[in-house]
Design a protein around this ligand. Structure first.
Ligand code: SAM
Length: 222
């Protein structure tokens, strides 16, 4: 008999993942492609083995360095707001565990991601590679974006910013979307900026979330 252990294809986790996705749909996630992407990514593989049994609860969990893998509902909400089309170029600020990057890959995006903690950057690189996801990684301050590959069709910030990071707005393509949680260190409002045309932007605000802080030159001070 095959021993699936806690590997990526473990049927127990597959079943739980399906149930989680059904729960996310009930909570208001409507984009079928986003739900299917979350159904494909083995979230347990992005966690320490001791936490894997909690991977399919709709909660954030620790990943070390006082950081978290975001709650699945938050990942689904941010991804839905990005309105990604396959083949679009997307920049993620805050690689963390690598889970959100994997979800973006499942949607057919070309994914670039930045993390400031070396240990998290290395671990995410390793697990995403092991799972066969093709992502470009950078270790550094994501508040400045990644100008070498700009412009991006979409940018997602997975940590809470004190204000909208201007460098990221500047790195948007025409029709590009920036999704960023903005607020104080306790609560943030999800903001979506769409670049309509050169120097013309639309700003929309959605419900409140709670993120770890975005720390950097154009974010919170350490
Ligand atoms: N997307 C992640 C995932 O799927 O696991 C969620 C990560 S966690 C909520 C936010 C991450 O943003 C943390 O790993 C943190 O170290 C990182 N971060 C905070 N400020 C940053 C910055 N200026 N540049 C890059 N990463 C940053």
């Amino acid at each position: 008999m095959l021993n699936w252990g806690s590997g990526a294809n473990n049927p127990k986790y597959k079943r739980r993942r399906r149930q989680l996705v059904e729960k996310l749909a009930k909570k208001g996630i409507q984009d079928e492609a986003v739900l299917e992407a979350l159904n494909m990514v083995p979230r347990h593989m992005f966690l320490d083995t001791a936490l894997r049994d909690r991977a399919y609860k709709d909660t954030a969990l620790p990943i070390g360095k006082e950081q978290t893998i975001s709650q699945p509902f938050t990942v689904a909400s941010q991804t839905e707001l990005l309105q990604l089309m396959p083949g679009e170029k997307v920049l993620e600020i805050g690689t963390g565990s690598g889970y959100q990057a994997a979800v973006l890959c499942e949607l057919g995006a070309e994914v670039y991601t930045i993390e400031r903690h070396k240990k998290l950057y290395e671990r995410a690189r390793s697990i995403l590679g092991e799972l066969g996801y093709s992502v470009r990684f950078k270790l550094g301050d994501g508040t400045l974006g990644w100008s070498a590959y700009a412009p991006y069709d979409a940018i997602v910030v997975t940590a809470g910013a004190p204000s909208i990071p201007e460098d990221l707005v500047e790195q948007l393509n025409i029709n590009g979307r920036l999704v960023v949680p903005v607020g104080d260190d306790n609560r943030q409002e999800m903001v979506r900026i769409t670049k309509i045309r050169e120097n013309e932007f639309e700003e929309e605000r959605f419900s409140n979330f709670k993120f770890v802080p975005l720390i950097g030159k154009k974010g919170w001070k350490e």
